[in-house]
Write a protein that binds this ligand. Structure first.
Ligand code: TYM
Length: 343
């Protein structure tokens, strides 16, 4: 008989990889939502260093980047007294649950993962095994806390669908209906898919070789203004119709960035700037808005990073709180699988 399990209480989990500098896409797609959600639900925000090592990371750089992501969380407004902020590798339960899920997920499911295809490129056989099972670890991150909501950018949609598939199959296979929740991705809003400044059809990404393609969280005012001035557009003026943006990806992206930063809709942005050339007032206004929003974040990041030991202490305290939630859930999971012998 299936034991009755109460409906999952709302809980948020999300993570960012310490595999390079953070950019505007990470900020709008993830960090801004992290801050808003901490006032509504219990939140866990992780620096996913186990995921980062699926591609080679220089050990010293990895440590520095882990602190940098934590500093970015705090500088953006995540409050470690409210949300639980920690490094993934400090909570070994993630890797343990990932192993169990490796035995639940099917090869065919992983074969369909777009991100693996993009990241492994033409040389699949030279990729790490970890890169292939990466989405399984992501499912373990989320379900280790029975998280019900995951704020992410649109590029994570498929991984969140896989997380639901793994939860459903585990619940079915182990006669544990409702044990793991079917987690919901929180993706909506104009910041969910920020595109490259050089190509409106490619997403803004840490791995793009051109630094001109992205606004880094640590860019200064001059760098931001220069990148926006040079951002690719087309020769036509901005129109005031939303319909018109559909066929103009670069214009659509810049308007979307403005909307996400200002809290306006794209239609409101067009109502102000439509009918004018990009350079006339829209691009300068966008650059000003970016500087206004990002410079306090990068200044606070610099301040926090001057004291790495304090960041380490905050992460260690977060890991303890995370383990207090993860431990019992992993223990119940292992009991369902049939493992005996644990204390
Ligand atoms: P990562 O480190 O690549 O990106 C961190 C977050 O930023 C979002 N993002 C974007 N959003 C809008 N526009 C963009 N151009 C853009 N680029 C990145 C990502 O969607 C993400 O929300 N697999 C995850 C990390 C992860 C995770 C998890 C996330 C591991 N375990 C559990 C949620 C829950 C990743 O690689 O994110």
């Amino acid at each position: 008989m299936t034991e009755a399990i109460p409906a999952a209480s709302p809980r948020v989990f999300s993570g960012v990889q310490p595999s390079g500098a953070l950019h505007l896409g990470n900020y709008l797609g993830a960090l801004v939502k992290f801050v808003a959600l901490q006032h509504q639900m219990e939140c866990l925000y992780c620096v996913v260093d186990l995921h980062a090592i699926t591609a080679w990371q220089d050990p010293k750089q990895l440590a520095a980047q882990t602190r940098e992501i934590a500093a970015a969380y705090f500088a953006a407004g995540v409050d470690p007294a409210k949300a639980i902020v920690f490094a993934q590798s400090a909570v070994p339960e993630h890797a343990e649950l990932a192993w169990i899920f490796n035995c639940v997920a099917r090869l065919g499911w992983l074969d369909r993962m777009i991100q693996f295809k993009e990241k492994s490129g033409k040389h699949k056989e030279r990729s790490s095994v970890g890169l292939y099972t990466y989405p399984v670890l992501q499912a373990a991150d989320i379900l280790l806390y029975k998280a019900t909501h995951v704020p992410v950018g649109e590029d994570q949609k498929q991984h969140l669908e896989l997380t639901r598939d793994i939860a459903a199959k585990f619940n079915h296979d182990f006669d544990a209906e409702g044990f793991f929740p079917l987690t919901e991705a929180l993706i909506e809003g104009p910041g969910a898919r920020v595109m490259s400044l050089r190509d409106g059809l490619a997403k803004m990404s840490k791995s793009d070789p051109s630094d001109q393609s992205r606004i880094n969280l640590t860019d200064d005012a001059d760098a931001i203004a220069g990148k926006i001035r040079r951002a690719k557009t087309d020769p036509l003026p901005l129109s005031d119709s939303l319909e018109d943006l559909k066929a103009r990806p670069e214009a659509d992206n810049l308007v979307g960035i403005y909307a996400a930063l200002s809290g306006e809709t794209k239609a409101q942005v067009l109502a102000t700037y439509g009918g004018q050339g990009f350079g006339q007032s829209f691009k300068p206004a966008l650059a000003d808005l970016l500087v206004e929003r990002l410079s306090p974040v990068s200044a606070e990041m610099r301040r926090l990073l001057a004291d790495p030991a304090e960041i380490d202490r905050t992460l260690a305290a977060g890991a303890l709180r995370a383990r207090a939630i993860a431990g019992p859930i992993l223990a119940q999971t292992k009991a369902k699988v049939g493992f005996v012998g644990a204390a």
